[in-house]
Design a protein around this ligand. Sequence first.
Ligand code: G6P
Length: 607
Amino acid sequence: MCGIYGYVGAKEAAPILMKGLRALEYRGYDSAGIFMIPSGVVKAKGEVSALQKKLPKKLSGTAGIAHTRWATHGAPTNVNAHPHTGNLKRVWLVHNGIIENYQELRDALKKKGNTFVSATDTEVLAHLIEDILVNGNAKNLEEAVVAALKRVHGTYGIVVMDAEEPDTLVAARLGSPIALGIGKGEYFVSSDPSALLEHTRNVVYLNDGDVSVLTPEGYSVLARGKKTNGRVPEYLDWDADSIQKGGYEHFMMKEIMEAPEVLVNSARGRIDKKTGAVKLGGLEEVRPRLKDIKHIVIVGCGTAYYAGLVGKYLFMELARLPVTVEFASEFRYQNAPLLKDTAVLAISQSGETADTLAAVREAKRQGCLTLGIVNAVGSSIARETDAGVYNHAGPEIGVASTKAFISQLEVLALLALLFSEKTLSAEDRRRYARAIDRLPQQVEEILKQKDTIKKLAKKYGRARDFLFIGRAYQFPIALEGALKLKEISYVHAEGYSSGEMKHGPLAMIDGSFPTVALVPKDATYKKTLSNMEEIKARKGPLIAIATAGDTRIKDIADDVIYIPNTLEPLTPILSVVPLQLFAYYLGVAKGYNVDKPRNLAKSVTVE
Ligand code: G6P
């Protein structure tokens, strides 16, 4: 789980590499490093800015590699930072992923006289490639990389340089993302295409097993050892501004504020406003198979998993389909027998989460139809699922997911509508279409209350624990609200179904333990209201997320945030917005870097 960047061309590489690293910092930020010929290597512990400070004024080289790290093997230190090299300091390499058999390779290389300076698995790979290049029968770096990778178990996205072939980069991928940026007389390598946009919009995604050689003259791709005719680059029409903060102090705030636009983009051209008919282009190919689906298993991690939980209620209610939702990290080890008429739906913003990808592969192995709801175009999950729907939420840089979650909920609603051809009346379908159409404007209204929510964050800022409760569609939002608070403000928070209050959590409630109650006017309104009464009777402070016009709630709750009225299955899209803002303001008030919470990374490409 790291960011890697490479450049080869005619320009000075250092500024390009450093900019690339800054764009990739969300993938890891505990140490960083850069290597260029002839300038050599510079590494620094800490964020990319620490590396920037350490760089000598004059750096020269028109090819280079760079890395921003999130430690897996070995502490975040200077020595463990990438790029790594072999005994002869000839081969240099940056790596994202994990080399599982590194110990074994290391022992074998030690016997040959190699000495290791770091505690990383990556260093072993640099030694191995160098050993094959110098002592084996590889003619050049490409051959040495191909031979070395045959001996490696694990996952990698790598970019490698040979000090004796300074104008060549070799990139390879297995399990960790690599995108090539195709310029004119210059080429780029990045873990994420968004970091390429400034230079080129023509992008080639490497597949698992690909090895690519890039020089100022061109690039080639070897697929599982076989020559290809190269790959036709895809054109990315992303708006370059969307990867900048756009005037906000943090990406997280910018991304929360983008929610109305995201809701428009995620539904654009996909639902007929008048009839409610849904058309999802990415599913057209498998449409005949969808008719036979009798059961859906949703897999995801973190926030994407909670979106899946909302999806469960949606599919069950609208399409009358049985659904189970699993943490992808659990699913892959459950050895679950899947029925042939099951569709496995993977939800992932990055499309690169290792556990979710593994779950997709397991489902495929068992012959199930695999579907994806993915934001990152061309990512591994997008490519490996049989079919899917892109979120069109644009790049999400803040580590804690906000706008992508909202988009996931909307796409799930569209998908449930697609599956509900036989179960919903034409009139109901039209009601949904109208309600979906109103959502962007309704979110806008909630966002206007951000100063009120900021004040609430201040008022409750000293609490050490929070409880979030909700029922039915609001239960997953209670879980997500608690997760957001944990991630961003490091405050202990728990999400609970309000119906479970009496089975345990009520015992914790006292005057210093606030509860956020999700209590919109829906089928379980009165039930949750009673739970709130129970909390109030124990002097627990109460913040309610309630439907506009509900005056009664003011008698029970200490504070109320109102959300507009919509159909119950769509309410999560509205009720989560105040919780995202609440977590944001609490984290900012505590002085934390809300875009990069400690110990967390945006894209978890290792187990
Ligand atoms: C990490 C991120 C979360 C995200 C989760 C799943 O934990 O910090 O925000 O929800 O991974 O990521 P995915 O890219 O698969 O949605």
